[in-house]
Design a binder for this molecule. Structure first.
Ligand code: SAM
Ligand code: SF4
Length: 343
């Protein structure tokens, strides 16, 4: 089926709670060149390559979703930029920006490969990226990522900004780890004209000996501390996701809070997530999923079964997640890692 025919498929994707699904996150690999302690165990076993969707299959799936009204696509992982040949995918999928079928193509990355890819990503139509960085201290960076090198990521940020990409920093709030860098990180981001979003650590996957409760630093308390130095103005802006934003009067920058634990955000959720094997997760915090790889592979020349599978899946999108630390244990814990579903 041609793109044009797919794009004429009209009815939007609406879930049982009347939420319009217009945002797709796609994990293109479960592999990563880092081993962040809250995300992976040191000895991760990864999927056999044949399980992964090929770049062509990823393109066909994304194109089908776009034909069904997805307007924003975020590519994630694992580390998306370690997937072999990934620029071929970006170059091709960028055509939907040119036609106006897609509003935005974005990327979440650890930044390690950006020095190489920033220019080509801009050329493919990407204008904004989210970059994950929890600390500006070289030793702490090595500790938290296990395998990462801070200098390489900082070079990547330089390259991204030089290429014209707008960079937003995502930092996981970790008790006793980066609490003391709250102001340093804020000022550093402001000095580089970058917004900063804090994420509460979520109970995703077995991470070995690390304790979730030990890692949890509530963003309510982070926000209170921020308010001791800056004037915070709440912004009405909503992206249909978990983030809430404030503007800092003194620096002008936007600070986001992703608070799946201390505040629920599901009522306005507009997104679904696809794994690199073609499983569609309707909620990051629930097990409900639909296999899209079978209709994709069983019908190489007909997208109708794939579209039907997507519609059925959206019709089963759960109301929300059950993450809860309030009983002093990580309730609602998900067995899968964040790198599987994509952050
Ligand atoms: N490798 C890329 C990166 O690090 O940006 C993309 C994938 S990563 C899984 C996406 C985001 O998920 C990152 O910002 C990371 O910090 C976050 N993340 C991973 N595990 C998490 C957890 N258990 N709780 C909260 N955020 C987590
Ligand atoms: Fe890799 Fe991103 Fe997970 Fe860190 S958070 S291990 S960079 S996938």
């Amino acid at each position: 089926m041609s793109d044009h025919a797919a794009n004429t498929a009209p009815a939007p994707l609406i879930d049982p709670f009347a939420r319009r699904v217009s945002y797709l996150r796609v994990s293109v690999t479960d592999r990563c060149d880092f081993r962040c302690v809250y995300c992976m165990s040191e000895n991760m076993s990864f999927l056999p390559k044949k399980e992964l969707l090929t770049l062509e299959e990823l393109d066909r799936l994304c194109t089908t979703f776009i034909g069904l009204g997805i307007r924003k696509l975020r590519i994630t992982g694992g580390e998306p930029l370690v997937r072999k040949g990934i620029m071929t995918f970006f170059d091709r999928i960028g055509r939907h920006l040119a036609t106006g079928a897609l509003d935005e193509l974005t990327l979440t990355t650890n930044g390690s490969q950006l020095a190489r890819f920033a220019g080509p990503l801009f050329d493919a139509g990407i204008r904004r990226i989210n970059l994950s960085l929890d600390t500006l201290d070289t030793a702490k960076f090595a500790e938290i990522t296990r395998w990462g090198r801070l200098a390489q990521v900082l070079n990547g940020i330089d390259a991204a900004q030089a290429a014209g990409l707008r960079v937003k920093i995502n930092a996981v709030a970790l008790k006793g780890f980066n609490e003391d860098e709250l102001f340093t990180l804020t000022e550093w981001c402001a000095s580089r004209d970058m917004d900063l979003t804090w994420i509460e650590v979520m109970p995703m996957g077995d991470i070995g000996n690390e304790s979730r409760l030990g890692q949890y630093w509530s963003l309510d308390s982070l926000r209170e501390r921020l308010a001791t130095r800056y004037t915070l103005t709440d912004l009405a802006e909503r992206t249909g996701g978990p983030a809430r934003y404030v503007r800092l009067g003194e620096t002008g920058q936007k600070i986001g809070f992703i608070t799946p634990l201390s505040h629920n955000f599901c009522e306005s959720c507009n997104r679904v997530r696809m794994t690199c094997t073609g499983q569609l997760y309707m909620c990051l915090g629930q097990e409900d999923q639909a296999d899209l790889r079978a209709p994709l592979r069983d019908h190489p020349a007909d997208d109708a079964p794939l579209r039907a599978a997507i519609r059925n899946a959206i019709a089963a999108k759960p109301q929300g997640h059950d993450f809860d630390y309030s009983r002093q244990r990580p309730d609602g814990q998900m067995p899968r890692h964040m790198s599987h579903t994509g952050g």
